[in-house]
Design a protein. Structure first.
Length: 598
């Protein structure tokens, strides 16, 4: 029986209640300084009733290792509030251990978004910290700021992230681009149903400005991380100070893994949340919180209960830390990302982040991810808009296949990928050689064209011209438009739409087919994957009922690697988590005259 779908969601978000120029009201304002005897101490604080600061902000807003940097911006979350602190480290006399360190921070209700739009206070927090580092006794500037921006008694109205966030902007539908015949005759969707986003103007310290850096630093690894985020895994990023960039990356990955509004109605009601919960900077004092989250998650899995939609516990999270001890608590996370050391930027070879499971099994990008990343870089490097949605498929495929995979294009030169990309399997190599021999290259060319056409459709209609704010930007002038950043978000939302709509079609086909009529195929690949992957559910957790059969052609329409066991596992997990279905993925083979070669 077909799964019950969610109610239809509108394709626009009402932003009229959140003027972009307004600063969000603050629930707390505080000053922390370093005391050589007592350590970090709250020197001044103000807060509304019910917001506790002692024993909280001095740990959350000042992660370990900050003494090694001159300044930093730290984002954190505590209960139903988001926090932001501006840290400054200045030289001092020997009595102060040659350093004077302070932080000025605010707390903002999370009802205003993932970070409560707290980044809008960053400029002023840095200014006040620069002033107070000279004399922490001159707190009049803090008193004035508190009186001007403190939250009134009236509770804030729950609203989206605001127009200042590209996660909640208006959607613009693109014309359909057919990427393959859907299995379900009732629908004919395509990846273009992931709608484009209108470019947005962002404030100077908005975390989304870091999106191009996210792609440059992670390279092809961004795709397996994106898939892990879609599965609502618990993702821990370990790195070094300063932490502003990794906090921004937490925000970015949470935004990129959103479930687009356009496909919400395709999903059953009991599915993972629309977004991945960002915790931002965490430390050893947050271990009890993570342990409680793990306990709730296990209890929910054992009882089979479904948490309320507004309850984000046990639904995965993403956070960053500078405390290496958290990486040793392998039971608390599902994916560990280790960022390169700061000095690695001057290394002779590219140093990539390391992505691994709690058991130390390294997670790599697939060969398909590498080709997709090249295509994305090609699209981002273009000065003009990509082909419009009404461009004929033949022209789009031809122009795309001639440019993005040209090996002499310096924009597509991605060095030292051997350690982060799965090697080409013998089966894939044999199949490629056989197809070239059997069809005189025609079959291989068709596969390349189909893949290039799919990647081109993901970029169609997006304006990709970069416009990054300079550090000396005048805050009184009109804010720059985040054209490229918004396009990156739209790209990954379209990729998510491609995954979910294609699998939804397969699910509908499986629902409409009697179990006795299902095709008989070998399940060897699924069994191999089930025995090798970490975190695989027990047999009793596998959904009962009809099995959805995923062919190699379906894998191509999904934009996944038909040869990769990790991609097979991703399809199985999406089918189980989002649709409550058991999936069986076909392992592509090479047969000659009925004899299996590989």
């Amino acid at each position: 029986m077909a799964a019950v779908r969610r109610g239809h969601s509108p394709l626009t978000v009402d932003l009229s209640t959140a003027p972009p120029s307004d600063l969000p009201p603050i629930s707390a304002l505080f000053l922390i300084y370093f005391d050589i005897k007592a350590g970090y101490t709250i020197g001044w604080k103000r807060s509304v009733p019910g917001v506790e600061l002692e024993g909280v902000v001095e740990y959350k807003s000042l992660p370990s290792g900050l003494h090694t940097v001159k300044e930093d911006l730290i984002y954190f979350v505590h209960e139903n509030h988001a926090g932001l602190s501006a840290f400054i480290n200045a030289p001092a006399d020997e009595e102060s251990r040659n350093a004077r360190m302070i932080a000025v921070g605010v707390m903002v209700p999370l009802s205003y978004g993932r970070l409560g739009r707290s980044w809008k206070h960053a400029e002023k927090l840095k200014e006040m910290a620069s002033e107070l580092i000279l004399d922490t006794a001159k707190t009049q500037v803090l008193e004035e700021y508190w009186e001007q921006h403190k939250m009134e008694d009236k509770a804030p109205q729950k609203e989206p992230d605001s127009i200042d966030s590209p996660s909640d902007v208006r959607y613009e539908a693109a014309e359909p681009l057919t990427t393959g015949k859907a299995k379900s005759s009732g629908r004919n969707r395509s990846i273009s149903d992931g709608h484009a986003l209108h470019p947005q103007t962002l404030s100077k310290y908005h975390p989304a400005w870091s999106l191009p850096d996210l792609l440059d630093i992670f390279g092809p690894l961004i795709f397996p991380i994106h898939r892990a985020a879609l599965l609502r895994k618990r993702i821990l990023i370990t790195g070094h100070t300063p932490v502003e960039q990794t906090c921004n990356f937490v925000y970015d990955l949470s935004i990129l893994s959103n479930i687009p509004l356009a496909v919400i109605d395709l999903l059953p009601s009991a599915t993972p949340p629309q977004r991945l919960r960002p915790l931002f900077s965490i430390g050893v004092h947050d271990i009890p919180l993570l342990e409680e989250d793990l306990k709730v998650s296990r209890k929910s899995a054992t009882s089979g209960s479904t948490p309320e939609e507004d309850d984000e516990t046990s639904k995965g999270w993403i956070a960053c830390t500078t405390d290496s001890i958290l990486a040793m608590k392998s039971k608390l996370y599902d994916v560990l990302i280790t960022m390169p050391a700061p000095y690695s930027s001057s290394a002779s070879q590219k140093v990539w982040p390391k992505v691994e499971s709690p058991q130390g099994v390294e997670l790599r990008a697939t060969q398909r991810d590498l080709r997709r990343y090249r295509a994305l870089r090609w699209g981002l490097s273009r000065s003009s808009r990509p082909n419009s949605p009404d461009t004929p498929d033949e022209a789009r495929s031809s122009s795309f296949s001639q440019n993005p995979f040209a090996r002499d294009d310096p924009m597509l030169d991605i060095p030292d990928t051997d350690l982060i990309v799965e090697p080409l399997s013998w089966s894939a190599l044999a199949y490629s050689g056989f197809m070239w021999w059997a069809s005189a290259g025609e079959g291989q060319r068709l596969d390349i064209d189909a893949e290039a056409d799919s990647d081109s459709a993901l970029l169609s209609g997006l304006s990709l011209t970069a416009h990054t704010p300079s550090t000396g930007m005048d805050t009184t002038s009109p804010r720059p438009t985040a054209t490229q950043e918004t396009a990156i978000i739209a790209y990954f939302h379209r990729l998510t739409t491609q995954y979910l709509t294609t699998i939804a079609d397969i699910v509908d086909a499986a629902d409409a087919t009697d179990e006795d009529d299902e095709p008989e195929h070998s399940g060897e690949s699924g069994e191999l994957l089930r025995s090798s992957r970490s975190g695989e559910p027990d047999d009793e957790d596998v959904p009962s009922g009809p099995t959805m059969y995923v062919t190699s052609g379906d894998m191509g329409r999904l934009g996944l690697d038909v040869w990769s066991m990790s991609d097979h596992g991703f399809v199985e997990d999406v089918a189980r988590l989002y649709f409550g279905m058991k999936a069986q993925v076909e392992c592509k083979n090479v047969d000659i005259c009925g004899v299996r070669i590989c």
